[in-house]
Ligand binder design. Structure first.
Ligand SMILES: Nc1ncnc2c1ncn2[C@@H]1O[C@H](COP(=O)(O)OP(=O)(O)OP(=O)(O)O)[C@@H](O)[C@H]1O
Ligand SMILES: [Mg+2]
Length: 324
């Protein structure tokens, strides 16, 4: 059957006003998410933000309360079977309590995807190799450690070469070596043209692994975009400036604290860090005021924020706004 797709094929996944209610509770609120092919999108958010609920809908395991979801341009409510061929879903917490050996487990799923005989066996070996479990192929699944189990589930997800990977907390339970291997595999998948949507609590890994990032809070997507765009957008709102001086920093801190554009400040050992809500002209004026006052300023520079700092600040903010 040829499925007519909307002209959305550049997106591996696209949701339009997707909502998930559990009774009266809104877990995901009108989510609009676009992930183009070849991108690695990190969905971040505190416990209960709605990440897993969103993944379950995208994986066609749960229907949205309302809204549309397209996987590779295919409307999942109209053609769930077709959409499933495009996606590989790795759920969070997926213990494998079977009496099967590792290779048998993968072989079973390879068969379910129509990969039989020699082709299937070859693919099982390739996927075991990708997650570095080839030396465990004859062990029983239930004897694997938690991190190895995660890797086995990832191998199962890779089998049918999906164009969209939905990885819910894939790194949880993995040791640093396995995380490194995961990063490598994920980058490889994106290089081959697949899109990867993953959720994580490990902020430090984001900049290294993801090309795009989204922040969820209480069911809302409060920030979303390419990492560099998010950094530019959020850094422009309020910059962090650093002053180094040949003089004691405390009188300088007292002086700048009278400027209404200066927010929180912190005196470190040899630098004064403060938030500044002004433009470049106003920054030059501040420097001028300091010099006129007689302070010997060695440098005034902007502290570039990385994505982790930005997301942490957003996470800590009591009221996160909607993205523009
Ligand atoms: N089956 C359910 N019935 C009722 N409420 C649910 C159900 N599943 C999830 N929720 C609620 O929906 C909200 C979102 O949960 P979800 O699991 O999607 O969050 P999450 O972002 O994945 O969190 P975590 O980081 O802890 O994995 C939570 O408040 C949760 O209690
Ligand atoms: Mg979750």
């Amino acid at each position: 059957m040829h499925i007519k797709t909307q002209n959305l094929d550049q997106y591996a996944v696209r949701t339009v006003d997707m909502r998930v209610d559990y009774g009266d509770f809104v877990a995901v609120n009108e989510l609009c998410l676009n992930v183009p092919k070849g991108e690695i999108y990190g969905l971040i958010g505190p416990n209960g933000a709605g990440k897993t609920s969103s993944f379950k809908v995208l994986a066609t395991l749960m229907e949205p309360t309302y809204g549309d979801v397209f996987i590779g341009g295919v409307d999942i409510s109209l053609h769930p079977e077709e959409a499933r061929k495009h996606l590989g879903y790795m759920p969070d917490l997926a213990p494998i309590a079977t009496d099967l050996k590792v290779w048998e487990f993968l072989d079973l799923f390879a068969g379910a995807h129509g990969l039989n005989n020699k082709t299937g066996k070859l693919r099982v070996e390739e996927c075991l190799d990708k997650v570095a479990l080839d030396d465990k192929r004859n062990e029983y699944c239930k004897s694997l450690s938690r991190g190895m189990m995660q890797r086995l589930v990832l191998a199962k997800t890779l089998l049918h070469r999906p164009s969209l990977f939905l990885l819910d907390e894939p790194a949880s339970g993995m040791d640093p070596e396995s995380r490194k291997a995961l990063r490598y595999t994920v980058r490889q998948l994106a290089n081959e043209g697949a899109a990867v949507l993953l959720s994580s609590h490990i902020l430090t890994e984001l900049e290294d692994m993801c090309t795009m990032v989204g922040m969820m809070s209480k069911g809302n997507l409060v920030e979303s975009g390419k990492i560099s765009d998010v950094i530019t957008r959020r850094s422009n709102e309020e910059k962090s400036l650093i002053i180094e001086s040949l003089d004691d920093l405390t009188p300088i801190a007292n002086f700048i604290s009278t400027n209404k554009l200066v927010g929180n400040f912190l005196v470190n050992e040899d630098e004064l860090v403060f938030s500044f809500n002004g433009n470049d002209e106003e920054q030059v004026q501040l420097l001028n005021d300091l010099v006129v006052e007689g302070f010997r300023i060695k440098s005034l520079r902007e502290q570039k924020k990385n994505i982790e700092q930005i997301l942490l600040e957003m996470n800590a903010a009591p009221n996160s706004e909607e993205p523009s």
